[in-house]
Each structure stands twice: as structure tokens, then as C-alpha cells.
Design a binder for this molecule. Structure first.
Ligand SMILES: [Zn+2]
Length: 101
């Protein structure tokens, strides 16, 4: 399993999941579940898309770029909190949860 993309919210994550399903690429949405008030559905904070099969990763990156009609490539960045090297499409460090601006 490989981290692919940091979604803005769970709606975007779900859209992308459906989009990838159309290309027979299996992805998983992971994130922090925040429990809402009684009776409310739990909210996923900072949902991340993971590619289940690593062989699909390169193709998935191309499709992400296609989905947003822009180049997904940018400068990788290093998390100032834990030092983890992050792919440019991530806004939140998957290791420690640090959020960059
Ligand atoms: Zn970190």
C-alpha cells in the first residue's frame, strides 16, 4: 500500500475513489475520525488516499493529474516536526500529522 493523495475533505476523497474505481484501481481512504455530537456521523479529518496495489501507483499519479487538470508534480517537502520526506501532493505529514500552510 502506498500513500497517493491528501484530499481536502471527505467529499473530494470519495470523488477520487469513485474516479479510480472507473479505472480499476483500488484505493483506500484513511484519515482521522472525529466523533461528532450524538447522532451525527463521524467526520474524517484530512482524508488520505492510499493505493492498495503498488503497481498501480504510477498510473494513479497520472490519473490524479488528469483529474485536477494540472501537473501533480511539485517540490517534495520535509516535515519540520519529524523530518519525514513528503510527496508534494500532501499537505499533512502522514507520519506525525503536521499540517503545512
Ligand atoms: Zn511529520
Amino acid at each position: 500500500m502506498k500513500p497517493l493523495y491528501q484530499a481536502r475533505d471527505r467529499i473530494e476523497a470519495q470523488l477520487l475513489k469513485d474516479f479510480f474505481a472507473g479505472y480499476h484501481i483500488r484505493v483506500l481512504v484513511q484519515g482521522e475520525y472525529l466523533s461528532g455530537a450524538a447522532g451525527e456521523l463521524p467526520v474524517i479529518q484530512f482524508p488520505q488516499l492510499w493505493v492498495l496495489e503498488e503497481r498501480d501507483y504510477a498510473r494513479a499519479r497520472e490519473l490524479i493529474a488528469l483529474f485536477f487538470e494540472r501537473d501533480a508534480d511539485g517540490e517534495p517537502w520535509q516535515c519540520p516536526k519529524c523530518g519525514e520526506r513528503m510527496e508534494p501532493q500532501f499537505q499533512v505529514c502522514w507520519n506525525c500529522g503536521f499540517r503545512r500552510e
